[in-house]
Design a protein around this ligand. Structure first.
Ligand code: AMP
Length: 282
């Protein structure tokens, strides 16, 4: 017993959504991979501000993991997740099997350009966004939700999915939500539970360095020097840095100064076996 409606098939979810729509109720979708934390619950609450009904999907999507990544060991905490969703007042969980989402013979991917080819996470996870976009496209068309709430925590993903939903006329609005953080600034993430106590103590540094960098950019310091200094600090602290960059907040294109438009700072760095990503506005 989970205390919340759990749909394991597309047809069951669609029937419920159709019923709500007939009753004149708007429906929001919150796509997740489970292992829910307060950031995910904030997405549910945001959904409830826009709609009477909120469905949360929980699916650890194999196509967005590379073979060497953590698909097998990704935390799966379904009962605990359901308890949190009951407490949050969510209406239903979509919890499909891999076979429901990728039946035998499945052979389609969404091809992405623009923000998906910005040279950020795509450089280090070359097949990641096509997996994300494919599953989001399926979830959007399967659910027929009116909107989906996505976190700014995965900023490039937010831009990729927003672009795709518009480009493919998926008929769904993407509602972004700012990142939920621990008190020390660390962005909440299902992967934080992989961190040892020492790694956990070091992790909030990413946010502190980004904040300092944002201050320097706002003060019109030389952008290249400020970014290079911030990269150096992260590496000196013991992280393996994939990237720390200042990019155009909408297009993710390279920028040379504040004059080029709104700027977003994005970082991906590894501590031990755990890869952390984060971003802030300048
Ligand atoms: P995930 O389950 O990690 O794939 O994330 C599912 C959704 O939750 C995505 O839209 C994420 O951007 C969002 N999310 C993850 N962490 C946070 C956070 N700390 N604050 C806000 N949204 C988040």
């Amino acid at each position: 017993m989970t205390g919340i409606a759990v749909f394991e098939t597309v047809s069951a979810m669609r029937a419920a959504v159709a019923g709500w729509h007939v009753a004149g109720e708007k429906v929001g979708l919150v796509p997740t991979m489970g292992a829910l934390h307060e950031g995910h619950i904030a997405l549910v609450k945001e959904g409830q501000r826009h709609a009477r009904r909120v469905i949360v999907s929980i699916f650890v999507n194999p196509t967005q993991f590379a073979p060497h990544e953590d698909f097998k060991k990704y935390p799966r905490t379904f009962d605990d997740d359901c308890a949190k969703l009951v407490a949050a007042g969510a209406d239903a969980v979509f919890f499909p099997s891999v076979e429901e989402m990728y039946p035998a013979g499945f052979a389609t991917r969404v091809l992405l350009l623009g923000p998906a080819a910005a040279g950020l996470d795509d450089r280090f996870r070359p097949t990641h966004f096509e997996g994300v976009a494919t599953i989001c496209c399926k979830l959007f068309t399967q659910s027929r939700a009116d909107f989906a709430v996505l976190g700014e925590k995965d900023y490039q993903q937010l831009k990729v999915v927003t672009r795709m939903a518009a480009d493919l006329d998926l008929g769904i609005r993407i509602v972004p939500l700012p990142t939920f953080r621990e008190r020390d600034g660390l962005a909440m993430s299902s992967r934080n539970r992989y961190l040892s106590p020492e790694e956990r103590a070091l992790a909030p540094m990413l946010h502190r360095v980004m904040q300092a960098l944002a201050g320097r950019i706002r003060n019109r310091d030389d952008l290249f020097r400020a970014v290079a200094d911030a990269q150096g600090e992260i590496i000196s602290a013991g992280f393996e840095l994939d990237y720390l960059e200042a990019r155009h907040a909408e297009t993710l294109a390279h920028v040379t100064s504040l004059a080029d438009g709104p700027i977003r700072i994005l970082v991906a760095a590894r501590i031990g076996a755990t890869r952390l990503i984060d971003n802030i506005a300048v």
